[in-house]
Design a binder for this molecule. Structure first.
Ligand SMILES: [Fe+2]
Length: 313
């Protein structure tokens, strides 16, 4: 069987954040099949809190060869270790619907890359429903605009900087969004992180940490970092680290917002805490995955395997 060509020709832009764009993203017959999904009785959910439109999960209605081909092409384009399957959301916007400027900051277990496939032509300039790439959160500056054209697709990696929006549409607008997961933030990672933090208890911290916590919680500048620092200490405790290492981890998380020179268990615990309290950052992940690693015990070795090892194989 010949592989389905997905996004055979792309334009790669890097400003204000990296994204890819291409026409005829899937073969014509595949586009027809995908469009026909919208005539099925889909389990539509209406969203009005932020995104204004209708949404339905449709991956189980789409053949595995196409799903795998999309995953493989997204892996190739982004160079990221993505899972070999995607989930798919059908999205329908009706006149008046829109999506204000935002960034899809990937929380724990969220997808890392999206491919947005357009199924309708915007027949005239007044049709609205224009996809905008923004340089900032307020959306004041529009870096690139794309009026919907059937068969076009846009791919971007979800980052805190990937601001985008869809202007108010004047007519029905259908898209399929393919979601690809990074192996560093998939269901297995989410389950692992949740399992560590679901039983976190402040009264179980070692007494040696008390003065550090007391000092941090009374200092002005550290207050916003104490939760993350406690999460670092908790992970190190769960892995059976010595009190001294737990203290080092706590202090390191308070000291700065970066990961700097931490290696081994402290870096690993800081990443775990970051995933839990902040989000998945594809660049920090790559940087940490590159660091020299030596497992200190089997619990830490196992954590490293879940967070990095599977993706590096
Ligand atoms: Fe979005």
């Amino acid at each position: 069987m010949t592989a389905i060509a997905v996004l055979p020709q792309v334009i790669h832009r890097v400003d204000p954040y990296p994204y890819f764009f291409g026409s005829d993203a899937v073969p014509r017959d595949v586009l027809h099949i995908l469009t026909d999904l919208f005539s099925e009785d889909l389990p539509w959910d209406r969203h009005d809190s932020f995104y204004h439109g209708f949404f339905a999960e449709v991956a189980d209605r789409v053949g595995m060869p196409l799903r795998q081909q999309v995953a493989s092409r997204l892996r190739e384009l982004t160079g990221l270790p993505l899972a070999d399957d995607v989930t798919i959301t059908a999205q329908r916007m009706e006149p008046g619907d829109h999506v204000p400027p935002h960034t899809d900051r990937p929380l724990l277990g969220f997808e890392a890359v999206r491919m947005v496939l357009q199924l309708d032509d915007a027949s005239d300039a007044g049709a609205g429903g224009v996809f905008h790439v923004h340089a900032d959160a307020a959306g004041g500056q529009i870096s690139w605009s794309h009026a919907s054209r059937r068969g076009d697709a846009i791919v971007f990696v979800l980052r805190t900087s990937s601001h985008h929006s869809v202007s108010v549409t004047q007519r029905s607008r259908r898209t399929l969004v393919f979601h690809a997961r990074h192996l560093g933030n998939d269901a297995e990672v989410a389950n692992y992180v949740q399992a560590v933090y679901s039983k976190m208890r402040f009264d179980q911290f070692p007494a040696s940490l008390d003065p550090l916590i007391a000092e941090a919680e009374t200092g002005d500048s550290f207050v916003d970092k104490t939760r993350g620092a406690a999460c670092v200490a908790w992970a190190l405790m769960q892995w059976g680290c010595e009190d001294e290492v737990i203290g080092t981890g706590y202090r390191s998380a308070l000291a700065d917002g970066k990961f700097d020179d931490d290696i081994g268990p402290v870096a690993l615990a800081r990443w775990l805490s970051f995933l839990w309290t902040e989000h998945f950052d594809v660049d920090i992940w790559a940087e940490l995955a590159d660091r020299p690693w030596r497992g200190a015990n089997s619990a830490i070795e196992n954590a490293w395997q879940v967070l990095f090892g599977r993706a590096l194989r």
